[in-house]
Design a protein around this ligand. Sequence first.
Ligand code: M6R
Length: 604
Amino acid sequence: MCGIVGVLGNHHVAPLLVEALKRLEYRGYDSAGIATVNEGRLDRRRAVGKLVNLSDLLVHEPLAGKAGIGHTRWATHGAATVANAHPHRAGNVAVVHNGIIENFRELRAELTAAGYSFESETDTETVALLMRHELAQGGTPAEATARLLPRLHGAFALCFLFEGEEDLMICARKGSPLAIGHGDGEMFVGSDAIALAPMTDRITYLEEGDWAVITRAGAEIFDARNARANRAMARIQVDATRIEKAGYKHFMAKEIAEQPVVLADALRHYLREDGLNLPAGVDFTGVDRLTLVACGTAHYACHVAKYWFESLAGLPCDIDIASEFRYREPPLSDRGWAVFVSQSGETADTLAALRHVQDKVARTLAVVNVTTSSIARECDVTLPIMAGVEVGVASTKAFTCQLTVLLTLALKAAQDRGRLDAAQLATRLADLRLLPGLMNAALALAPEIEGLAEELAKAQDVLFLGRGAMYPLALEGALKLKEISYIHAEGYASGELKHGPIALIDASVPVLVLAPRDALFEKTVSNMQEVMARHGRVLLLSDQPGIAEAGADCWRCLTLPRVPDLLAPILYAVPAQLLAYHTAIAKGTDVDQPRNLAKSVTVE
Ligand code: M6R
């Protein structure tokens, strides 16, 4: 997590740094800070909480200087205080850091023994002091960096600024991404290209272990063995309009509303008039096992996809939470494929899981939104989900786009394994093409959902139930509600309720049942009856036949369009998202930047 930016500019850089940090605030918002060199003097400003607090501070205590670095923090080591905020300074050095220095305790002990003292609880200050120490041993900042980097264990991105050096930044990456931006007589560093988008579209991505000495004339890049390295410069297109709220009150509201459009984009990308359109390397003939790995919402997308791969293609499919995957030593097949699903493409656990399987499976596939991300670059095949930039911490359009891409992949597996003939495939594709229209119909439920949310906002606990592929959707609905409204919510497989969770049911606990009128409906209705017999308040989300059959005794009902079974998990995501959104609004929480969270989780 944490966002990093650096600028060697031709004008005072503080406003540019703050603007870039705004675009990086999705990575953390516990504190923010900037440092500049002005007339040779290094100085900094830091503030706790959101970036607006730093902006306010800068109004009263401006910071001049044409060279500067900035940081937005998601706290790992030490609470969100000014002392723990970046940039960290040690004498003539300031540094901003994303990631974790795993051996910071040893380094701290060593530096303390050498007579240095610490002002913060962070691992980052150790790096600043170590750089100060190396500089004191003699040589240039670049020579000091070459000596310092091998001493740091863990995953990190760093950017240094030095007192007396107005035309120098040094940055390094190991595990965490870092982009160098090329301007006209100006140079930039950023955690991602989006942060640099208004300043330049010419980007060089550092590779694993790289570090760079940057002046206004350009960047000299070195690899992990300190040998000069050539890294390509690419022109990156970031559609700035997709980073604006476009009249919506929150990014989350905009991103929910965008779903019909972005799903249509994804379908255009993966469907031809007469069939599927997946990259040449995607042929499931001979593949004996699929392993899907991801975190959070992306993991729930994998969970839904497991039902599809198994039922459509008869392909054995394991799903794993990325943070657990490596540690349970899963058996992998050299004829198997591993699929890594991630909106950001930078989630540390998912990336580590990918690296774990690299030489153990036949092929790795990335299902990502950010196609320039580490996961995309390190997988054999990339399948973009086409969702456009997602800013809200709660993942919405990325989830439905992930599902859509995974469904096309499952159909391809079914086709390659001889489980679908041409006519059956054509029917499935015709169904898929209905999705954007169906999503529009689901979005039209927003006013009704707003009313329901007023009621949900009064609850302390909420349960979500679903069966079959709607079970992972119950998990996703609960995650969405808890992360932005802070109401305790759990998702269960409907049939599992009576094995324990039913003890929670009383008249104060709303139970949301996600149940299209499908082959499993009757069984889910029985579980609903068990809830109602214990005075539980059931909110039934179903279609018109389902509501007609089982809605009568429910506390509330929401009628969704009738939908082909395969598409139900995609469609029912919309009311789950809207319920979470409007409940959070009713509770007055910070929808786009909920407490304790960050959009991109780049630490394990
Ligand atoms: O960028 P990723 O898709 O890899 O992120 C995975 C999770 O961190 C993410 O889905 C998280 O659970 C969201 N906040 C859920 O809304």
